[in-house]
Structures are given as C-alpha cells and as structure tokens.
Design a protein around this ligand. Structure first.
Ligand code: SF4
Length: 353
C-alpha cells in the first residue's frame, strides 16, 4: 500500500485550509523585547540616559508567512530586526525560536541552532561584501564555517545551484562585488542568505535602494524562493506599497512601539490606529469612480526623540484623536477584532474613554 500523509488520513480539510493551518504554526515569538542603547557623556563616559529604540514589543511570526513591519525612518524597525538575531544584544525580553529563547543562548549553542536557520538580507549588500573576495569565495565562507559539505568541489556545486536559483550565471563565481549592478548585488545578498538553507529570513529595506523595475524583479524572486524553500519572512520596509504587495500580515511601529498588527487586507482596507491611518493616507489610492484619493492626514510636529519619549501613549503629541488619558496611560497592544491588535485607548480601554 502506498504511503498516505497524516493530514490526508486524519483531516477533512481541503488544500487551502491545510495551507492555512500550516501557516498558523508559530515559528518565532517575540515577548516584551527591548533594545535600549546607553547615552554616555563626560570624561568618564557616565550613562546619562537611554535611547529606547525598541521598547516592549511582542508579536508572533507564523511558519510560512510574510510579516511586514512598517514605520517611518527611526521608528526602530531595523534595530528590532537586528536584535532578533542578536546582531544587537537585546536589553530585555525573549525571542523564542521553535520554543527556545535565543536571547539567553551562548554563541557556541546559538551558531548550530540559529545562525543557519535565521538569515538577514540588508538594504546595501555591497557594504557587507568584502570587495577583495570573488563571489565564489563569498558564498563558500558560510558553507565552510558551518562545516557543510565534505570538500570545495561539493561546496562549489551547491554555490552554482544557488546562483542559478537567484538568477545569476555560474560564471559570475569568479567576479568581484564591484563588477555587479545594484540588482545583481541584491541577488548576491539573497544567495548568501539562502545558501545555508534557512527557515526564516529577515529582509531589512531589501529593495529600498533599487529602481522600481528592479524592485519588482527582486520581490518576485523573494516570493518564488518562499514557495520553493518554505521560507518565512519578516519584511521590514518604510514603503507601504511594497509591503502591501508582499506581506500576509503587517505590523506598524512608531517610536519603538508596535501600535497595530493585522492581516494585510484588513489593515489596508481600514486602519484602526490613528498613526496607521495617517501613514496610509500618505499613499494615494484609486476611488471606485477612478479618481485618485489624496485625502492626506497631516500630522503635527516631528517624531519625538526615542531618548526622551512622551509619557503615556508615545503618539499623543501628534495624535489628532488624543484624549486626556493618553498623556499618562500607556495603551497596551490588544486584540480588538479577530487577528487584529491595536495599542490605542479608543479601542481597548472603554472605561478610560
Ligand atoms: Fe491617539 Fe490616545 Fe490612541 Fe494614542 S492612545 S493613538 S494618543 S487616541
């Protein structure tokens, strides 16, 4: 008798529902993550304050999904991405990967467990590529460091395979970073990320520096790789249109806080948090009659400093819907509709309103 999968035997779910169940398995859980950088001053470099770049953030990433993280420049989204893989050591909180808190692991345990499984793609791959090393050497390094494949011949075979997957010719193995265009360099960044067969990729402004036509090619490539290798993405970007295209769910950050988290379609159809509403209003949309909706919500003032964030709701100094309590009481991120979390007193604390 031929083998039959457990899902086929035990589950009456159709293919679409099975995909949904698989997607809803948690791969990464972030609990109360903080990344505070000390501000030092004077001859003895005394700590006189902290920049609260990431301040008490919690969320889950489901297996196989793309979680978009959006927010203006300086909101802490890139710092959060780096703290998740301990490029910065988090000040506090937990990052559970498959249930293991990776913030507490010593490097010798982190390397075999996590370094291979979580990879990062940066905005400027050129900055992280040694200009004196050929592409072949650059891709060989991580394979060798992790003791994968018995010899150089086998590693080179793997590298050729990966180059083909990301749309680069195997002959480019002998070329140096300065010989590639911006789009090709980002393909190299992606090749470096996937060569170790990761499960989760954190893409930090991965297409922001590219021309629009190249952006589309790279996004299509990321989507193809996701289905080919069952990848999970955290896609960090200030570009709401790009995130709308690629993400399944979207988290919105403001001044180190996560203020809204929702399914992409729900968020773009109707933002609930006043900051998300302002952010989305900056993206022109087409009305049903074909005219362009340019009803923009203009926020007063600049983003406050994360070294001295406002009390209460950090958005209260610019919020058009502010009430008195917002100045003193911190709103918690709570589920206000199924699969929809918002940190705002207007939705989750009726006794205050
Ligand atoms: Fe605006 Fe208050 Fe909601 Fe903050 S809690 S977003 S200040 S209404």
């Amino acid at each position: 008798m031929g083998s039959t999968s457990l899902l086929e035997v035990a589950s009456p779910l159709n293919a679409e529902e099975v995909t949904k169940v698989i997607k809803e398995e948690t791969l990464l859980e972030v609990q109360n993550l903080k990344m505070h950088f000390p501000i030092k001053a004077g001859i003895i470099q005394r700590v006189v304050g902290h920049v609260k770049a990431v301040d008490d953030i919690s969320f889950r990433v489901r297996k196989g999904e793309t979680l978009g993280i959006v927010g203006e420049s300086g909101c802490g989204k890139s710092t959060m991405g780096r703290a998740l893989i301990r490029l910065y050591e988090p000040t506090d909180g937990k990052v559970l990967y498959d249930g293991i808190d990776i913030t507490k692991l010593p490097e010798r345990e982190l390397r075999p467990l996590i370094r291979k499984k979580i990879q990062m793609i940066f905005q400027d791959p050129y900055a992280s590529l040694n200009p004196r090393k050929s592409l072949g050497n650059l891709l060989n390094e991580p394979l060798k460091a992790h003791g994968l494949y018995a010899n150089l011949k086998e590693r080179n075979e793997k590298i050729k395979e990966i180059l083909d997957v990301v749309g680069l010719h195997s002959s480019s193995m002998n070329h140096y970073p300065n010989e590639f265009s911006g789009g090709q360099r980002q393909r190299i960044g992606i090749a470096r990320a996937i060569v170790l067969n990761p499960e989760l990729i954190i893409a930090d402004e991965a297409v922001s520096a590219l021309d629009v036509s190249i952006q589309a090619q790279i996004i299509n490539l990321l989507e193809d790789l996701q289905s080919q290798f069952n990848l999970t993405y955290i896609f960090i970007s200030h570009d709401l249109s790009v995130v709308r295209h690629i993400a399944d769910r979207v988290g919105v950050m403001y001044l180190g806080k996560l203020v809204e988290l929702a399914d992409k379609d729900d968020l773009y159809a109707e933002a609930l948090h006043p900051y998300t509403q302002a952010l989305l209003s900056a993206v022109p949309t087409i009305r049903q009659n074909g005219s362009v909706n340019r009803d923009r919500i203009i926020l007063k003032g600049d983003i406050p400093s994360s070294s001295n964030p406002p009390t209460g709701c950090v958005f209260h100094t610019r919020c058009p819907a502010k009430i008195k309590a917002c100045e003193t009481i911190v709103p918690q991120l709570k589920e206000v509709q199924p699969n929809r979390l918002v940190a705002c007193h207007l939705y989750n604390n009726p006794q205050i309103v």
